[in-house]
Every structure is written in C-alpha cells, then in structure tokens.
Design a binder for this molecule. Structure first.
Ligand code: PEP
Length: 259
C-alpha cells in the first residue's frame, strides 16, 4: 500500500506563512529520494488557507485536505463549510472525528459518520479519526472503545466511495503531548482495526489504509512505519515546520517501508 503522510496544521498559519511553507516543502520534495516520491503527502491547512494552498499545490504531487466539514449538504448552517464547497476548491481528503473536535466541539460518532458520508458523496476521501483516552487505556478498554468508535463513525454501507476512506488511529493521550504509542502498541490496535474494517467493509476493508497519529516526528517515524498494519502517519505539531515535516517524508527510503 502506498504510504500516506498527512500534515494537520490545526489553527495555525496565516496566508503568508502557508505560502512560504508550501514553497519550502515543494523544494524539499524535489530534493527527496525515491522513498519521498513513492509517498503520498497531504496538507490540511485551516479553512482560510485552503484555497490558496490548493492553488500553490496545483501541478505538484502533494494533495489537499480539509480539517473538518459540515454534516449537512447545504442550507442554513451559519459558519459551516460543506463537502461540495471543499470539492469545489480541489480538496481530495477531509479529516473527520479528530479528538479535538470530538471533545472540543462535542461531536458524536453519529455526526462523524454523517460528515464522512458527505465527503464520500462529494468525491472526497474521509480520514476517520479514532482513539482512546489515557483512562480507557489504563482500564484495559482500548480495543472496545476504539472499535465502537470506528463502527459508529463509518459512513453507511452503500455510500459511494466508502471503499476509499482512510482510518487514523490517534490515541488521545499521545496527541500534542510528546508521548507516542510504541510501534508495538500502535500495531496491536491497528491489527484490530484491520479486522473490524474487514468485517464492516469486506474486501475493501483489506485495502483501507490505517494511519497512526500522536506526536510523530522525524526521529520516531521510521519505527512506526515499520509495522505491518501502519500505512502512514497523521502529523500535528511536527508538520508546522517545512524542514521538520520534510524530514518525516523527504528522506524515507522505500526499502525501509513495508510493502
Ligand atoms: C494530530 O493533531 O492529529 C496530531 C497527531 O498531533 P501531534 O502530532 O501534535 O500529536
């Protein structure tokens, strides 16, 4: 499976900063080795920088993602942005169910599933985020929590494009904390996510890419990606600096990665 590396800028970067980042990153991309060029790299800027970032990426192999989307198709939803609008400006992916939205904006699994459905219906690929809290892990409930979250956050069966979705496993205790799940801890959860995807989606579930997220950096990315069921990473803090982010994908060697 092709490795997928996603930069989630969260609420960071004005237009000038976004533009400088893309200019620097494209230069790093061009200088990168074969590993870099076989990797799919996706940038998720804040809404205000989406359109100009998309324009700056035009003609490059780098792709654009939104950090969120409305659960509704259109209408009286002040402040929201629909999947159709994101398609209109060239977004290819959309994050849904990030833990900062599940906790900060009280998004339920049902809302996350509706958002994922809207993305699919508009030709975008949802990146469905799931992950346990430290309390869940300490009480031995990681598998149960993650699987319930995943099953209830998927777009309904029969949704066109459902087979193209991506799952991101992001333990909440590892996001922005500097703590990382060990490669073995992450692999154990990815393996149960894989089984669940096969149950829910059949053949397509065998091909679904499962990303790891949680304090990924240039030092730990290779060991994380060496695991069988880890097909990429979702990067927050370390994606804000073009050189640091470039180190995450730019010099990966294809032989270092599982097939
Ligand atoms: C994230 O926000 O998805 C994330 C993984 O953040 P960080 O890399 O900063 O932990």
């Amino acid at each position: 499976m092709r490795t997928l590396i996603v930069a989630n800028w969260k609420m960071n970067k004005n237009l000038a900063e976004a533009s400088q980042f893309i200019q620097d990153l494209l230069a790093i991309w061009k200088a990168g080795g074969p590993g870099a060029h076989s990797t799919e790299v996706v940038i998720a800027p804040p809404y205000t920088a989406l359109s100009p970032t998309g324009e700056a990426l035009t003609g490059s192999p780098l792709r654009l993602a939104a950090q969120d989307v409305s659960a509704h198709k259109e209408g009286a939803f002040t402040g929201e942005v629909s999947a159709g609008m994101l398609a209109d400006i060239g977004c290819e992916y959309g994050l849904v169910g990030h833990s900062e939205r599940r906790s900060g904006a009280f998004e339920s699994n049902a809302i996350v599933a509706q958002k994922a459905e809207q993305l699919c219906l508009n030709g975008l690929k949802p990146i469905v985020c799931v992950g346990e809290t430290l309390g869940d892990r300490e009480s031995g409930d990681t598998a149960e929590v993650v699987l319930e979250m995943l099953r209830s956050s998927l777009p309904p069966p029969g949704t066109p494009g459902r087979d193209k979705l991506v799952v991101a496993y992001e333990p909440v205790w590892a996001i922005g904390t500097g703590l990382t799940a060990s490669p073995e801890q992450a692999q154990a959860v990815h393996a149960i996510i894989r089984d669940c995807l096969e149950e829910e989606m059949g053949e397509a579930g065998k091909r679904t890419r499962i990303l790891y997220g949680g304090s990924v950096n240039p030092q730990n990315v290779k060991s994380i990606l060496s695991q069988n069921d880890i097909h990429g990473v979702l990067v927050g803090g370390a994606s804000l600096d073009a050189i640091e982010f470039g180190r995450i994908f730019g010099y990966l060697d294809s032989e270092d990665l599982p097939s």
